[in-house]
Write a new protein. Structure first.
Ligand code: KE4
Length: 449
């Protein structure tokens, strides 16, 4: 990029629908990679059209392989809370890379990172934490640990909750599985999911019934404290507290899956925001600052069951690798020092309220759910408190809105059952462009209703 070339993130957003180069790349990809993608939701199957290929990302913006600048509300599915390519994060990773990419051995950064996590995440205070390389590894390991610690086999999850793709969790999964209409998944033996029970999100008494019907058999319930994989669905007042009470009464572990909400809805996570301390917490996305990183941890007496201390095995070649640790330390350090959460809350409220007001003006039924800087506009009337409510959305209207927004340079998650994410780089100009695009897109949706 020569000095006089304008930086792509300073250019006005353009039509982000796949151009010739993205289409050519996607055609090639489909002959090499299942569906042409390395993660199903990226295939745009629930919204139609080919996905634009992304060449670069900076702040609130993406640059496509067809040379178009877009405003990004996917944020790599959550990690980019500071905007893409934050200079301090890039510098930290670049510096670490000079000294090698992965040692597979103990390194000082792991200690510094664990100290930070155990200081700022309430559930980790006084406990132990283990780094892994993805959210799936974090939740899978936490559930194995819960079964090992309690000696029980049943686990409970929310219908429409998504916790990664470990076999035992792919029942009534949200996110990609929900989007693709796969109630569970092929290849998962019945025996594997026999002990996985699902309850509606925001229905603590349904969980109470499961506990009563399976006395002494439920090892854990794993819950997204703010659901993000059925779209954004906040916990109803008292819901999380009631789960905490029920788990304590029945010797069942409360596992909060904060892979998405950790450091997204509050510094430390949703459990810091809502004041409910789980027995174990799972982290991912933001804690790696965009690099492959996850973590799980909590009560010391439970975590001491993990190898090499105890009988529950879990391992990982790249766990705690220096680059992921460097990115995580830089990201969480900036979040702690700058405390952008009030700013994120205000920007997110302005955006969601603005879009909802425009939907109302155009007569398009829309429910705007938001917690901090994660949100979803459900194309339906009424309220959305669980997955059944979310499934009542008009998916055709969502698909049309998605395409019209992309055509106006706004890149939204290609699924009604996903959350959108704002970053500290989404300034007033970005919000204004987004609201203008939404006004035009909603007018078109209204005409096709
Ligand atoms: P990963 O294995 O994808 O790092 O994390 C799995 C996971 C666990 N828990 C929650 C609450 C999550 O949201 C996720 C992954 N989220 C999806 C998007 N909703 C990742 C995007 C994708 O699957 O491509």
């Amino acid at each position: 990029m020569t000095p006089e070339t304008p930086k792509f993130w300073t250019l006005p957003p353009g039509d982000g629908r796949a151009g010739p180069r993205s289409r050519a790349l996607f055609t090639a990809a489909q002959s090499l990679i299942p569906g042409g993608v390395n993660s199903p939701v990226r295939a745009f199957r629930s919204v139609g059209g080919d996905p634009p290929y992304i060449r670069a990302a900076h702040g609130a913006h993406l640059l496509t392989e067809d040379g178009v600048t877009l405003i990004d509300y996917v944020g790599s599915w959550g990690p980019a809370i500071l905007g893409h390519a934050h200079p301090a994060v890039i510098e930290a990773v670049t510096r670490a890379a000079q000294d090698g990419l992965s040692f597979g051995a103990c390194a000082a950064g792991e200690v510094e990172f664990a100290e930070l996590l155990c200081r700022v995440v309430p559930a980790l205070r006084g406990g132990l934490v283990r780094l892994v390389s993805s959210g799936t590894e974090a939740t899978m390991s936490a559930l194995r640990l819960a079964r090992g610690f309690t000696g029980r086999t049943k686990i409970v999850k929310a219908d429409g909750g998504y916790h990664g793709h470990a076999d035992m969790l792919l029942v009534a999964a949200g996110s990609g599985a929900a989007t693709l209409g796969i109630p569970g998944s092929g290849g998962v033996p019945e025996a594997t999911v026999h002990d996985t029970l699902t309850v509606p999100f925001n229905d603590a008494e349904a969980f109470a019934r499961v506990l009563a019907e399976n006395p002494g058999q439920v090892a854990a319930i794993i819950i997204e404290p703010v659901a993000g994989n059925m779209g954004c669905v906040p916990p109803q007042p008292g819901y999380l507290q009631r789960l905490r009470e029920l788990c304590s009464e029945h010797g069942t572990l409360l596992i909060l899956d904060e892979v998405m909400t950790g450091f997204r809805v509050a510094f430390g996570g949703a459990h810091a925001r809502y004041g409910v301390t789980p027995d174990l917490v799972c982290l991912g996305k933001i804690v790696g600052g965009g690099m492959p990183c996850g973590a799980y941890g909590g009560r010391r007496d439970i975590m001491q069951q993990i190898a090499p201390l105890g009988p529950v095995y879990q391992a990982g070649t790249l766990s705690g690798n220096p680059l992921a640790v460097a990115a995580g330390l830089a990201t969480l350090g900036l979040l702690e020092r700058e405390d952008p959460y009030a700013q994120l809350e205000a920007a997110s409220a302005a955006l969601v309220d603005g879009i909802a007001a425009r939907a109302a003006r155009h007569g398009v039924p829309m429910v705007g759910n938001r917690v901090g800087a994660m949100f979803t506009g459900f194309f339906r009337a009424g309220e959305v408190h669980n997955y059944d409510d979310a499934k009542g959305s008009d998916l055709a209207a969502f698909g049309r809105f998605h395409g019209e927004m992309l055509a106006r340079g706004v890149y939204l998650a290609p699924s009604q059952f996903e959350a959108a994410f704002l970053s500290t780089a989404h300034d007033a100009g970005v919000i204004e462009h987004t609201l203008q695009a939404a006004d035009e897109a909603l007018a078109i949706v209204a005409r096709h209703a």
